[in-house]
Design a protein around this ligand. Structure first.
Ligand code: ZN
Length: 195
């Protein structure tokens, strides 16, 4: 799958929306990404999982795939399917990342972390730290989308690979050129909130 094919699927499924959006942070943006819109279609999820798994060729092969819940679970599972490896996920319990449900890793196992989108890399690093503490060795981090822009990601020397780099421009509401042009702001997934 090349970048153009992925963009096409993201747009077709509504996973990337261009317009004028109110983000949960309170900022306005020209773009919105919701990978769940793509991943709701198992055939597309599988294709993207295969494309991500192929990116590991030439790198050390993992023993296990791990994802942060919830965003990384579906795509992590698809990468694991393509690699014929188990998939586990990390959940938050009282704000702390934990392996639940009897999931565990053997000391010395090599793992890959898979997430849908990398923004600050925080939830990805929580998985890395937890599994490192259990004796695991990270061999790569994979995401469908890298929207870190110019932020420095906290991944250190772990190879980081994404299928698509996307920039989202955000604006303070009182200094938003889209507002100034008179375009109505929408909250993604709901109806217009301001005429
Ligand atoms: Zn605006």
């Amino acid at each position: 799958m090349n970048t153009k094919e992925l963009l096409n699927i993201l747009e077709k499924t509504g996973a990337i929306l261009d317009g004028h959006f109110l983000l949960s942070s309170g900022l306005h943006s020209n773009r919105f990404i919701q990978c769940a819109k793509l991943l709701q279609y198992p055939d597309y999820a599988k294709k993207v999982g295969v494309a991500l798994a192929e990116k590991l060729s030439g790198l050390e092969q993992p023993d296990v795939i791990a994802s942060p819940a919830l965003g990384g679970i579906i795509i992590g599972h698809e990468v694991a399917r393509a690699l014929k490896k188990p998939h586990i996920f990390v959940e938050k319990v009282n704000g702390k990342p934990k392996l639940r449900r009897g999931f565990s890793i053997e000391p010395g196992s090599k793992f890959v972390v898979v997430e849908d989108v990398a923004t600050t890399g925080k939830s990805i690093m929580e998985v890395v730290s937890l599994l490192r503490d259990l004796g695991g060795i990270p061999v790569a981090i994979l995401t469908i989308i890298d929207r870190s822009d110019n932020r420095e990601l906290p991944f250190g020397d772990i190879p980081f690979i994404s299928l698509l780099k996307l920039t989202i421009t955000t604006y303070e509401p009182n200094n938003c050129p889209l507002c100034k042009s008179g375009s109505p702001v929408t909250k993604p997934g709901s109806r217009n909130i301001k005429a």
